[in-house]
Design a protein around this ligand. Structure first.
Ligand SMILES: NC(=O)c1ccc[n+]([C@@H]2O[C@H](COP(=O)([O-])OP(=O)(O)OC[C@H]3O[C@@H](n4cnc5c(N)ncnc54)[C@H](OP(=O)(O)O)[C@@H]3O)[C@@H](O)[C@H]2O)c1
Length: 275
């Protein structure tokens, strides 16, 4: 019997993973599938979702559901959670991962673009956690991973004004929920990766720039990030920062005075512009 099924008393455990069509979400899906979990995969792109789904089946996931969905649409997270509850496919693990960054500037982006970003990266994790965690508490078992970022510890970068603050919110909200759920069997962690090799920088158009700016040793694979994230939530750690370099940045940022942190972020932004 698989590890996941054993813990569930024979029933394979089920994980809902948002942003499962690529990168960190796809790596969570394949890791859990290889441990005998059933997976519910959601993202917008159907073909990429099918690719990840077939990999999960190959790795032994007992059941794989694909839900093509734009989670930034108003009420989409609520509709997703209620559909899962109605189908009795209530997840034992929730990986709030879907997200992106924008590099085009706060004033250059349409107001609706900001609204969509806030709905996808703030509202969706809150709604999904609020609607799905009660069943986890009732079962006495649950895992919630909120994929935040190292950026959540740093001042916001000009041009991508909302990204860092969104991730700070996720870190703080995860801490609060972790404390609230102590003793229930439901673990909550904020996973804070640094530079990770995924489609993220292709999606925001900064691939060439960041590849020139940051050498290979500064990057982690999605698989390494996810392995650290899953170990962290199993141990019920509040915040998981994968990799030595990222841990160092997080530790320094905790003691760095704000003006110095701002100066560092500014000079980094100037350097990126020159590249
Ligand atoms: N890569 C990094 O360097 C890095 C560092 C720190 C934190 N992170 C965080 O890690 C998380 C995952 O990013 P990644 O690096 O794996 O990037 P990625 O490879 O670009 O994956 C992003 C995922 O989010 C999904 N997504 C985007 N918009 C969506 C929408 N409106 N509705 C539903 N799904 C949507 C994408 O799927 P579709 O396009 O198919 O919808 C994709 O599956 C993000 O929250 C990101 O902020 C990444």
């Amino acid at each position: 019997m698989s590890e996941a099924a054993e813990r569930a008393g024979g029933r394979p455990k089920v994980a809902l993973i948002t942003g499962a069509s690529a990168g960190i979400g796809a790596a969570f899906a394949t890791l859990l599938a290889s441990q005998g979990w059933s997976v519910i995969l959601t993202a917008r792109r159907e073909i990429q979702l099918e690719f990840v789904a077939s990999e999960c089946r190959r790795l032994g996931a007992p059941k794989v559901w694909k839900i093509p969905l734009d989670l930034s649409l108003p009420k989409a997270p609520e509709a997703l959670a209620l559909a899962l509850i109605a189908e009795r496919a209530i997840p034992d693990a929730l990986i709030n991962n879907a997200g992106y960054s924008r590099t085009d500037g706060f004033l250059s982006s349409a107001p609706e673009a900001h609204d969509a970003m806030l709905r996808l990266m703030l509202q969706a994790p809150v709604t999904l956690s609020r609607l799905l965690a009660p069943a986890m508490v009732e079962r006495g078992y649950g895992r919630i991973v909120n994929v935040a970022s190292l950026a959540g510890f740093l001042p916001a970068t000009g041009g991508d004004t909302l990204y860092g603050p969104i991730k700070s919110f996720l870190i703080r909200a995860s801490r609060g929920l972790n404390l609230e759920l102590q003793g229930t069997g439901v673990h909550v962690s904020a996973l804070c990766p640094g530079y990770t090799l995924t489609e993220f920088h292709d999606a925001n158009g900064s691939r060439d720039q960041v590849s020139r700016a940051y050498p290979d040793w500064m990057w982690m694979t999605a698989e390494a990030v996810v392995a650290a994230g899953w170990r962290g939530v199993e141990a019920n750690r509040l915040v998981v920062v994968p990799g030595l370099l990222n841990k160092t940045v997080a530790a320094v940022s905790a003691v760095l005075p704000e003006p110095l942190a701002m100066a560092m972020v500014k000079s980094q932004a100037r350097r990126l512009k020159r590249l």
